[in-house]
Write a new protein. Structure first.
Ligand SMILES: Cc1cc2nc3c(=O)[nH]c(=O)nc-3n(C[C@H](O)[C@H](O)[C@H](O)COP(=O)(O)O)c2cc1C
Length: 367
């Protein structure tokens, strides 16, 4: 009998052939000047299209939303054309693809931003992190400037326009990136949000930007094509919350449930690290508050993925690192075949090496 991991399901308006998703993975191979995805990305995504759903690498919604060299954008006609080649190639192979909408907030360097201006965040607090510039390599992130209240509607609008561009580019939907310490998370988590306007202080205020972005994006494109990613318990990008259960129960219960969204996607535990949670923290409790499909991520292997889908705890499992070096990951999981280890040196930046040159199982057997 076919295991449920390999059977179809529906994420809102998006029907998918199996419960295996490609997690969003930044690979820094887009054109630095234009933010157009690399022509190599067509092949990269097509190679991974046996997964039911592909989530693209995070893609900036405006020039000011960028935080690293050579990440793609989704705000110009030229970028839309670049993405069209990718969505067509993926659709030709029978899979579905959504684009992850990204504003990095303070995780940026002013050299990457128009006019060399500082990054924007909820507060003027620098992240103790590094980013990457094409000419200078790794550099500390710049100290951000706190957004003025009257600047926030423009950013909310950028999310909606980017979602419209995504539909033009042939995507099946979008994933709002509200995880990993980027802009929306910089408002949600109290680690830095020290604002005294309607966007800071109480849980209600900290979740306001998230709610406005969800309203705007689901107003621009059908809600059943809008997913969202959160990382409640992760300290990624130097950001934590003092009471994540309360913060995220409010965010999910008030702003995400009951509106017919495509899916809720949680990074369970520390992004790319331990899955263990502190006492009183629970993914299952948060998941219960959302009435749509649930996508789980972080440190899943074959056994845990099968168990989790079989029990009904998650509808879909997103795989990140295992999918980098195993373009045919779904086939390998189905066959219980060994997985290759990816080369970390080629994760970020470069060309085909470590990107499109990992063989499928069939190719390595034939070689
Ligand atoms: C190279 C690399 C790039 C990543 N880029 C993104 C990204 O663009 N957006 C995002 O939400 N998470 C990103 N992540 C986090 C992954 O989506 C995922 O949460 C993490 O790798 C844990 O899942 P895994 O154990 O299946 O790899 C990235 C991780 C890696 C290793």
């Amino acid at each position: 009998m076919t295991h449920p991991l390999f059977t179809p399901t529906r994420l809102g308006d998006i029907e998918i052939a199996n419960r295996i998703a490609l997690a969003p993975l930044t690979r820094n191979r887009a054109d630095e000047a234009t933010g157009v995805p690399s022509p190599l990305a067509v092949e990269y995504y097509a190679q991974r299209a046996s997964g039911g759903l592909l989530i693209t690498e995070a893609s900036q919604i405006s020039p000011r939303a960028k935080g690293y060299a050579m990440t793609p954008g989704i705000y110009t006609p030229q970028q839309v054309e670049g993405w069209k080649a990718i969505t067509s190639a993926v659709h030709e192979k029978g899979s579905k693809i959504v684009i992850q909408l990204w504003h990095v907030g303070r995780i940026a360097h002013s050299d990457l931003l128009p006019g060399g201006e500082p990054p924007l965040s909820s507060a003027g607090v620098r992240a103790n992190m590094q980013t990457f510039l094409k000419d200078k390599g790794f550099v500390p992130t710049s100290t951000p400037r706190a957004l003025r209240t009257d600047e926030i509607p423009g950013i909310v609008d950028d999310y909606a326009r980017a979602a419209e561009r995504a539909m033009e580019a042939g995507f099946d939907g979008v994933e709002i990136h509200a995880a990993n310490g980027y802009l929306i998370d910089q408002f949600l988590k109290d680690g830095i949000n020290r604002r005294d306007d309607a966007y800071g202080g109480s849980v209600e205020n900290r979740a306001r930007l998230l709610g406005e972005v969800v309203d705007a994006v689901t107003g621009a494109i059908p809600a059943g094509r809008v997913g969202i990613r959160l990382s409640p318990f992760s300290g990624a990008n130097d950001l934590t919350d003092s009471d994540p259960m309360t913060t995220f129960a409010h965010a999910i219960g008030t702003h995400l449930a009951g509106r017919g969204m495509s899916y809720l996607h949680l990074v369970e535990g520390q992004t790319g690290g331990p899955r263990e949670l502190a006492e009183g923290q629970s993914i299952a409790e948060l998941r219960k508050l959302f009435d749509g499909a649930y996508m789980a991520n972080n440190g899943y292997d074959r056994e845990l993925a099968m168990k989790t889908v079989e029990s009904g705890a998650a509808d879909v499992i997103a795989f990140g690192r295992p999918y980098i070096a195993n373009p045919d990951l779904p086939e390998r999981l189905a066959a219980d075949a060994p997985l290759e280890e990816g080369d970390r040196a080629t994760y970020y930046g470069g060309g085909a090496e470590g990107y499109t040159d990992y063989p499928t199982l069939a190719q390595s057997k034939a070689a």
